[in-house]
Design a protein around this ligand. Structure first.
Ligand SMILES: NC(=O)c1ccc[n+]([C@@H]2O[C@H](COP(=O)([O-])OP(=O)(O)OC[C@H]3O[C@@H](n4cnc5c(N)ncnc54)[C@H](OP(=O)(O)O)[C@@H]3O)[C@@H](O)[C@H]2O)c1
Length: 317
């Protein structure tokens, strides 16, 4: 059993990961600022050691890496690294002091989808600061693994879904009004032909993949894996399935992007743009082959989130 330090332990991924680690008998150290609570209660949290710190403050002081190294984790899982400088500070301190380092990246390290489903090892052409920085972190970690044997694995999630927060909806944004429209059986308008794609993943399936990578250490080190469902969804199919989930026949209309955008609030239009312009559709063949990864479908993941939202009166079904 290992001592596992989870940086950013109480968010979407940590909510499912930490109880799983505890139940497997690992000693878990949860690093957060102490402001967020896990989305779901679980008795396993009583067995967790909490360390309260602000990564940004310690990074500015140059002490974040050494602080984490001093926690003496056999395994360190970094959920909240967004810049190459941030990764460097941590990894420099962990070199020689950790058996396995798992970094959470993103499928946005791929820019626009090219040949789909996209495997992990294609040439990456990210755009936008977030994807560019995450791709730089991945390249740095893989090079370090190759050159110096640093035991890094990179896990790239899709759109994270779970109980307690709003999933990316069939209109490509996070506003729950899209689900409410569908639940009432009213018409939902989609941009273009609704043929652009989104690629969800249940947070619990990310947790499962992280643990599979830990248990298949020798094949996982020096590798990156997509953490997505077995298949991306077109917005059109996603929306139609949601109508059926709520007991209606699909009632969709379509409009060219500029037209559609003119009827949305800016935040929703921007969120949809970020998703459809990439239209992710990623392969999990590598994770299946090397690790035995078997996540649930996108619709099953979304339906789990919807069940929670309905039970908590966030969507009027
Ligand atoms: N959301 C998505 O759909 C999506 C998709 C692809 C990839 N990702 C990747 O997933 C990762 C995020 O994982 P998540 O969604 O599980 O995270 P999350 O829900 O945003 O939770 C963040 C966690 O980190 C802690 N935290 C935040 N800022 C901190 C700081 N300055 N110092 C110490 N702790 C801090 C939070 O607790 P406190 O608030 O108590 O500090 C919380 O435990 C990121 O690397 C992101 O790029 C996300």
């Amino acid at each position: 059993m290992a001592r596992v330090v989870v940086i950013g332990a109480t968010g979407h991924i940590g909510t499912y990961l930490v109880p799983r680690l505890v139940r497997l008998g690992h000693e878990v150290v949860a690093v957060t600022r102490g402001t967020s609570k896990p989305y779901l209660p679980d008795p396993a949290w009583a067995q967790v050691e909490f360390i309260t710190l602000d990564r940004d403050t310690l990074e500015r002081q140059g002490t974040f890496g050494s602080t984490i190294a001093n926690l003496q984790g056999d395994v360190v899982i970094d959920n909240i690294c967004f810049t190459l400088d941030s990764a460097r500070q941590l990894v420099e301190a962990l070199k020689g002091n950790v058996q396995h380092f798992l970094h959470i990246g993103t499928i946005w390290t791929h820019g626009h989808s090219e040949v789909v489903p996209t495997p992990e090892d294609v040439t990456k052409r990210p755009f936008g600061d977030y994807g560019i920085q995450k791709a730089a972190i991945e390249a740095y970690l893989l090079e370090l693994a190759r050159r110096e044997g640093f035991p890094a694995t990179i896990i790239h999630p899709g759109h994270i879904v779970g109980q307690g927060w709003a999933p990316l909806n069939p209109a490509g944004h996070f506003d729950l009004s899209a689900f409410s429209t569908i639940a009432r059986g009213d018409t939902l308008e989609l941009p273009n032909f609704g043929m652009e794609t989104v690629h969800h993943i249940h947070a619990d399936d990310i947790a499962a993949l992280l643990i599979l990578a830990m248990t298949h250490w020798s094949v996982a080190v020096g590798e990156a894996f997509h953490a997505v469902s077995p298949g991306a969804l077109t917005l059109r199919h996603y929306a139609s399935a949601m109508y059926r989930y709520f007991g209606h026949e699909p009632a969709l209309s379509f409009a060219p992007w500029d037209d559609w955008k003119s009827r949305q609030i800016e935040a929703n239009a921007n969120a949809t743009w970020e998703h459809v312009v990439r239209s992710p559709n990623c392969s999990i063949e590598k994770g299946k082959r090397l690790l035995g990864y078997a996540p649930r479908s996108s619709l099953a993941a979304v339906e789990d989130a919807l069940g929670w939202l309905i039970a908590n009166d966030r969507i009027k079904a």
